[in-house]
Write a protein that binds this ligand. Structure first.
Ligand SMILES: [Fe+2]
Length: 651
């Protein structure tokens, strides 16, 4: 069974699974070099199919998904590419939602939304707002689209819903109501998809639109290896329209949608990042880094809850209420109120608003986890397992608080829990939930590897070595790991490029910059090399079996850099945040060359830890191809490039 997952929203991606196993994952931004890029193109589709050794006509089924409100740019793939929603030919799994629409006489077309079209029609003043301007930056074909030269079809934000879901329930209402037993049947399990037909290159493939958050849930749950699990999906979608995330429950091959939680934590976090001057593209990561500099002096438990709690308590949306509250307290405490410019991010008001928002975020998640845990226990489906997914699961300090303080004992988070992972989730949802294939542990383990990027031909690297030989010292060390460890001990900054690229937004050591963590100066030095703000912190990689000697307070197996730990040693100043925390990645032999490099570095220095950051320039995606790594090396102050086993060193 060959299934292709196509995600057309921001962080667009393609995933092909064969008999449940991921064989390739292509994140569009790595190929068109526009961070968070919207839409898919024919070249990316062809590259993914070719990597899986398949033709389009050999695909059995297709999952289609997009970001909330974002239409699907069919015309970007080509004039011969079309998606027809609602068409039911060849589909083995019925869609109760389609049947419901038909019996209600609701045309499917009336539900399809085109959010980018609305932005394109705005006047200049509104188009200049950060939220709108964002699209012109991450959708490279924006001008062409605006001129009406790219065809599209609308995306579906709503699928089957329970009456309770639209009742404006606060978090305590959700707790009190408990979980309707019907949710553990097929009422919503088979209500989160509709049939579509995808035609390209003269051949039609049956497929399904799959709900955005259900794709997030499937991406985490089917890879987790858990026999059953509570699942929380959350991102920056509009909580007042039930688009910010779901409570779900997975059991065996089945994924049950329990209902929306109406959390607005992702939206609050993002809006605060923009207020503090981080811009509309990726403010969340910077806010997370900044939060370690402040104290949560503005935190107030009255703000913990969902969008409906906020309306009931304050008569307004959660961010406006929260922001006004922070400003009021800051004024009363005689803070300098200046914030919002890059030069003001380290002002006391900025760092304390960041720390307070971080605490609000974690407390909101903890409450939601408690409500879900209790609801499942009362439904005789109690579980100690939790899957976290959606872009909000990239928040490492909050994830660690859930690990340390919630009733859940095991937490799994997918490495591409942001929208980049939706193509994985869509494909797995069809294979397991719709087609009823059981989940086996070996397949789930295969699918937990993040290294499913394209394999680049050896010839590309050979060309680089020839060019590099005329400018730099090029060698093939007998023991690459020992050579790299020696370079790091000599305080050189290394770029490490190895094999297939990692999924998700974080560099997991196939496309990384590495430095010695014991030299505090490397903090500013590597920020300088990468063109980042000097205050932004760095993450460490650590040998998994030695993790507990150096870090505490997070899972000992943390392979995707998704948890924050407390640093137990003073010998790692370059990777220790000002509050003594660090966002760690644990490394085992499966990770690749980095494992041996760490072992050799440990043998030399007694320290099984290195500083690790992504191999990219400012504002652009992580490099994908070997020649991109080489270009970055040439143009930057990186001292040495290890590229597929070869060493290229500057003199
Ligand atoms: Fe999402």
């Amino acid at each position: 069974m060959k299934i292709i997952g196509l995600h057309f929203g921001h962080d667009a991606s393609i995933t092909i699974i064969i008999d449940g196993k991921i064989v390739v994952h292509v994140l569009a931004e790595r190929h068109n070099r526009v961070k968070h890029s919207v839409g898919l193109r024919a070249a990316e589709m062809d590259a993914a199919l070719s990597a899986a050794d398949l033709e389009w006509r050999e695909i059995d089924c297709c999952a289609v998904v997009s970001t909330q409100d974002l239409e699907i740019m069919t015309g970007l793939v080509g004039d011969d590419f079309a998606i027809r929603p609602g068409e039911t030919k060849q589909h083995p799994v019925p869609s109760p939602f389609m049947q419901l629409l038909e019996s209600a006489g609701t045309p499917l077309e009336s539900l399809l939304v085109k959010g980018l079209q609305k932005v394109a029609e705005l006047d200049e003043e509104r188009a200049a707002l950060p939220e709108n301007q964002r699209w012109t930056k991450i959708f490279p074909e924006w001008q062409e689209f605006r001129a009406g030269r790219i065809s599209s079809i609308g995306w579906l934000n709503v699928f089957i819903a329970h009456d309770r879901w639209n009742a404006g329930r606060g978090m305590e209402d959700i707790r009190t109501d408990g979980i309707d037993p019907a949710m553990f049947g097929n009422a919503t399990r088979l209500g989160m998809h509709i049939p579509v037909t995808v035609s390209w290159k003269g051949h039609s493939v049956p497929g399904y639109f799959v709900d955005h958050h259900v794709c997030h849930a499937a991406s985490a749950y089917y890879r987790s290896g858990f026999e059953n699990s509570a699942i929380i999906t959350h991102d920056g979608g509009d909580a007042s329209r039930n688009l910010s995330g779901l409570f779900c429950y997975g059991q065996g091959s089945r994924l049950f949608t329990l209902g929306p939680h109406h959390l607005a934590l992702g939206g609050i976090y993002r809006a605060m990042g923009i207020k503090l001057g981080f811009g509309a593209i990726g403010p969340e990561g910077k806010l997370m880094g900044l939060s370690s500099y402040g104290q949560p002096r503005f935190f107030d438990s009255r703000f913990v809850g969902n969008v409906h709690d906020s309306q009931k308590r304050f008569g307004e949306g959660p961010f406006s209420a929260w922001y006004r509250h922070c400003l009021k307290l800051a004024e009363q405490a005689h803070y300098d109120l200046l914030h919002g410019e890059a030069s003001q991010v380290l002002n006391p008001i900025s760092v304390d608003m960041a720390a307070s928002t971080q605490k609000l975020f974690a407390e909101g998640y903890l409450l939601a986890a408690e409500v879900l845990h209790q609801g499942l226990a009362e439904s005789d489906r109690g579980t100690a397992n939790l899957c976290l997914t959606g872009g909000a699961a990239l928040n490492c300090p909050s994830n660690s608080r859930l690990y340390n303080e919630s009733a859940f004992r095991d937490i799994y988070i997918d490495p591409n829990c942001d929208d980049g992972g939706l193509s994985v989730g869509g494909a797995l949802f069809i294979f397991h939930n719709l087609m009823d294939h059981p989940v086996d542990l070996a397949t789930a383990k295969n699918n937990r590897s993040p290294f499913f990027g394209l394999q680049w031909p050896a010839g590309l690297s050979e060309e680089i070595f020839v060019d590099a030989g005329q400018r730099y010292a090029v060698s093939k060390p007998d023991n690459m790991a020992a050579s790299a460890a020696k370079d790091l001990d000599e305080n050189k900054v290394l770029a490490l490029y190895e094999g297939r690229s990692e999924m998700g937004p974080r560099a997991l050591c196939h496309r990384s910059v590495l430095a010695n963590p014991t030299d505090h100066g490397n903090w500013a030095r590597v920020n300088g090399i990468k063109g980042r703000e000097a205050w932004r912190p760095f993450a460490p990689v650590v040998i998994e079996e030695k993790m507990q000697d150096w870090f505490a307070g997070c899972p000992t197996h943390s392979p995707y850099m998704l948890f924050t730990a407390r640093v137990r040693s003073r010998r790692l100043p370059a990777i220790t945040h000002v509050d003594g925390s660090s966002r760690i990645q644990t490394v085992s032999a499966e990770t690749g060359a980095i494992y041996q490099i760490l072992r050799e570095f440990d043998a030399l220095t007694g320290i099984p830890v290195l500083m690790n950051t992504s191999l990219n320039g400012p504002g652009v995606p992580i490099v994908e191809r070997p020649d991109e790594a080489y270009e970055l090396f040439k143009d930057s102050a990186v001292d040495v490039l290890y590229l597929n086993g070869m060493r290229i060193g500057k003199n």
